[in-house]
Ligand binder design. Sequence first.
Ligand SMILES: Cc1cc2nc3c(=O)[nH]c(=O)nc-3n(C[C@H](O)[C@H](O)[C@H](O)COP(=O)(O)O)c2cc1C
Length: 373
Amino acid sequence: MKDSILFQSTQLGPYTLKNRIVLPPLTRSRSSQPGNIANDLMAAYYRQRASAGFMVTEGTQIEPRGQGYAWTPGIHSAEQVEGWRKVTDAVHEEGGVIFAQLWHVGRVSHNSLQPGGEAPIAPSAIAADNVSVFIETAPGAGALAPPSVPRALTTSEVKEIVQMYAQAARNALDAGFDGVEIHCANGYLVNQFISAHTNHREDEYGGSLENRLRLLREITQAVAEVVGKERLGVRFAPLFASTDEDRVYLGLVEENPHETYVEAIKILEEVGIAYLSLAEADWNNAPELPETFRSAVRSTFSGKILYAGKYTAERGVRVIEAGWGDLVAFGRPFIANPDLPTRIANDWPLNPVDPSTMYGGTGKGYIDYPTYE
Ligand SMILES: Cc1cc2nc3c(=O)[nH]c(=O)nc-3n(C[C@H](O)[C@H](O)[C@H](O)COP(=O)(O)O)c2cc1C
């Protein structure tokens, strides 16, 4: 694969990427406690993977209420900013480019993870079903649990959330990140506003598609003012379900995904952000993105387009050569293969991923996957 398009450098905003292979956001739940602070172990993990052309951190909560799983790192306290600096220094020493993924889970959380044990926040007081959160049951030990019933944000609280994203983006720059990605995928807060299934609001943030996209617009604009539009990406997970089971994804139903996401992407184009990341459904027999949608995305958005979701190197090359995208992310393969780009370049075999060490724990299954000998 050495001579393939995956190894042709490309420009992302001000950055010249050495290849088109991306480390996508991957929650690994190994921050230091108390305080959800990025640490030396995490710096070692990201350093190992800095041969990626482009890296995005695991989701990092922008405020305490933004957390939905035990031990995920935040980016709202001074200690957390200091912790992230270890990660960005390590990656920069290896010549990598790394953005922070700004995350707010909204209703996909549990009272025990919320300040004061309060209800999680959401566009409307509708609990997520078909989805689990992960709570701490004893120090270092945890269990899956159903999300708690959320409470609806007031209109002025929604506006405060926009400012929290802007502040988190400032914190990301202070921590040495090269830019930020706004997590608008996978049924979390921004996605909960976009979907009519989870957004029953009657103010300017609910009702029409334009209103349901207002939070996305305001956050994207506010964060672009902080980091610059050329250092900004947005992640969506448009779901084109073919069965009723598929239609419920993180407890959230996507209606009219083509129209919804083309409209959403028009907003990103207006703001002029550097890239759009599309997370495709990644479970077994998951529905694929229709080619009509991929073409519509390409003709709507002039920035870089990044695809993820069960990609092989061959499939990644096809998507780039078809003109639909520019960058390809490999999630589980990058967890298990710190030297993934070298392995792809040389057509070497890949280590299998161990699902039992994905979330939480030590360096085992985190920084001890071997490079190819
Ligand atoms: C362990 C794990 C954690 C993940 N955490 C995040 C996350 O924090 N933010 C996000 O946007 N996507 C997250 N994802 C989705 C991945 O970024 C990616 O889209 C997905 O793994 C599909 O790619 P793959 O088939 O190459 O693994 C996660 C996936 C896995 C397996």
